[in-house]
Write a protein that binds this ligand. Structure first.
Ligand SMILES: *Cc1c(COP(=O)(O)O)cnc(C)c1O
Length: 361
């Protein structure tokens, strides 16, 4: 299997090796030390402020999207949510369920957010800003500096879903004054799905501590308290946390987040250069290093059928899109254990697949 999906992604050999081992009991000094080291390394990769806190949530990225929003915001907040695809829409749904007031800033699929779109919301009494740094459904990377400046000017709490952007695109919590960062195990961390990670600024921690409890499992006050001694309120995904520890130590040894981001950028640039002469077009503006979304020039052909053909005939997994984009767009990920030779195989298969009659709509 050669997997270019945007999560789960190809895991490295050392991660796979740990997956073969038995899972230890976790209410121990040893496991607490692993958790504390994970918190320290996660904060360092984000350049988080000294007093920031990390929380490890057993649940996919959406669990942390929900936990972060309902613990830092209340019915008295007014949030701005960038909605440019299915992950932006998800934040709107979460706020709707918990009756947190919000306004959506709609971005057309694959289009970036502009200064002009933010202008109407200056000095309008908003209290929080929520954005998916990379909207993985289209691959667009939003302009974090633009957003950060807007939040600084307007005093907004800044919540950044970096589930796919973490370790792929530049992300500096201190420089951009980000209050909440969310990521997940099955994207660039290249681990099994089931664990998500959050990091909170002091300002976000204060909000969590002052907020009333809205959920039992997602009550982050408990996670922050237990986290002080390297523990979690409930049984965490122990196996994935051990794999995370190994992965974090490897990343640190290889030069930290910057080296990971450079590797993702290399994969993205290598692939984009290799498909220059293929009958494909990049779908989104300002594409993230995490993923390239593509449309077929020949509109009589189906992106979804191309996905099926590469899977069935070459054992190569692209990432299909859903909904209105199903026949129009497919994605190629740049996360996980993939090298140039893997992309050469993919490009070769794409060349043949795109010529095939089998992908006619
Ligand atoms: C993958 C992803 C998520 C989390 O999705 P889950 O399926 O819950 O893990 C959230 N936001 C973005 C931008 C993502 O790419």
């Amino acid at each position: 299997m050669l997997n270019f999906a945007v999560g789960p992604v190809m895991m490295g050999q050392s991660t796979l090796n740990i997956g073969l081992e038995q899972i230890p009991y976790f209410r121990t000094e040893n496991f607490s030390a692993v958790m504390k080291q994970n918190e320290r390394l996660f904060k360092s990769f984000l350049n988080a402020p000294e007093n920031a806190r990390a929380v490890f949530m057993t649940g996919s990225g959406t669990a942390s999207m929900e936990a972060a929003v309902i613990n830092t915001l209340t019915k008295n907040d007014r949030a701005l949510i960038v909605n440019g695809g299915s992950f932006g829409a998800r934040f709107c749904e979460i706020c709707s369920v918990y009756e947190i007031p919000y306004t959506q800033i709609n971005c057309d699929c694959g289009k970036t957010l502009t200064d002009a779109q933010l202008l109407p919301f200056e000095n309008k009494g908003y209290t929080a800003f929520i954005v998916n740094l990379c909207e993985t459904s289209t691959g667009v990377l939003y302009d974090l500096r633009l957003i950060s400046d807007f939040c600084k000017r307007n005093g907004l709490l800044l919540i950044v879903d970096a589930v796919s952007a973490f370790l792929c695109d530049s992300l500096d919590m201190s420089k951009r004054q980000i209050d909440v960062v969310i990521t997940g195990s099955q994207k660039a961390l290249a681990l099994a799905p089931g664990l998500s990670l959050m990091c909170f600024s002091q300002r976000a921690v204060d909000r969590i501590l002052a907020n009333e409890q809205k959920s039992f499992y997602f009550d982050l006050k408990k996670y922050l308290k237990d986290g002080e001694r390297g523990q979690t309120p409930f049984t965490p995904a122990v196996g994935i946390i051990l794999q995370l520890n190994n992965r974090f130590k490897e990343i640190e040894a290889k030069g930290g987040a910057a080296a990971e981001i450079a590797a993702a950028r290399h994969k993205a640039e290598y692939f984009r250069a290799a498909i220059k002469d293929l009958p494909l077009e990049i779908f989104s503006d300002n594409p993230s290093n995490a993923v390239t979304s593509l449309t077929l020039n020949d509109k009589s052909k189906s992106a979804y059928k191309l996905f099926e053909l590469l899977m069935n005939e070459y054992g190569i997994w692209l990432c299909p899109n859903g909904g209105d984009l199903k026949d129009k767009v497919f994605r190629v990920g740049h996360m996980g254990a993939l090298n140039d030779a893997d992309y050469d195989l993919l490009v070769d298969a794409l060349k043949k697949g795109l010529r095939s009659e089998k992908i006619k709509k």
